[in-house]
Design a protein around this ligand. Structure first.
Ligand SMILES: [Zn+2]
Length: 177
């Protein structure tokens, strides 16, 4: 895959030691990944990159902010959610004898003469990880009824409130029995 220019790229050449902040704005389609489009990202995606550089290493912190159009797992009602993700990568300029397998965060070794780093893939993963596995409505009373119905099946003292949708359905069923 050849790209003229990386979507999220930090130019390291000439970047002094210390903290540097970079802001990128893009769209789900820019990442060339159907999964990201399918995930429901609907508006501009903002990616902030903070590079903290010392003479021997560099910390890169990615923060993503996006809006996604999702659907409730229970009632399929549309839900718009603001999604935030973050990811930290450590870069070391030299191989320091053996890999630090125990490190939680991503740890990479780069050449001190590296001109630029492409963070497109990291941003893409951070965005995908920011999408919740389960999505349910928080303020949809009808959805809540279905939710309670599920729990009531374990037969705890959860009689559905009078006049609820479930009640009416029961009455309807009896009527035509
Ligand atoms: Zn719902």
């Amino acid at each position: 895959m050849s790209k003229e220019r990386a979507l999220i790229e930090i130019r390291l050449a000439g970047l002094s030691e210390g903290k540097h902040e970079f802001d990128f704005t893009c769209n789900a389609g820019d990442f060339d990944d159907a999964a990201l489009v399918d995930a429901g990202f609907s508006k501009a995606i903002s990616v902030k990159v903070i590079v903290d550089r010392t003479d021997s290493e560099m910390t890169v912190t990615l923060t993503t902010a996006a809006t996604a159009e999702l659907t409730c797992d229970l009632c399929l009602a549309p839900i718009t959610l603001d999604l935030n993700g973050s990811y930290r990568i450590y870069y070391s300029y030299e191989q320091t004898g053996g890999q630090d397998e125990d490190r939680d965060e991503e740890y990479r070794v780069i050449d001190s003469n590296t001109l630029s780093i492409d963070l497109t893939e990291d941003a893409r993963e951070t965005l995908l990880l920011s999408v919740p596995m389960k999505v349910t409505c928080t303020d949809n009373p009808e959805c809540h009824v279905y939710h309670q119905e599920d729990e009531a099946e374990t037969d705890e003292d959860m009689t559905p409130p009078a006049g609820s949708l479930q009640d009416s359905l029961e009455k309807l069923k009896n009527k035509y029995r």
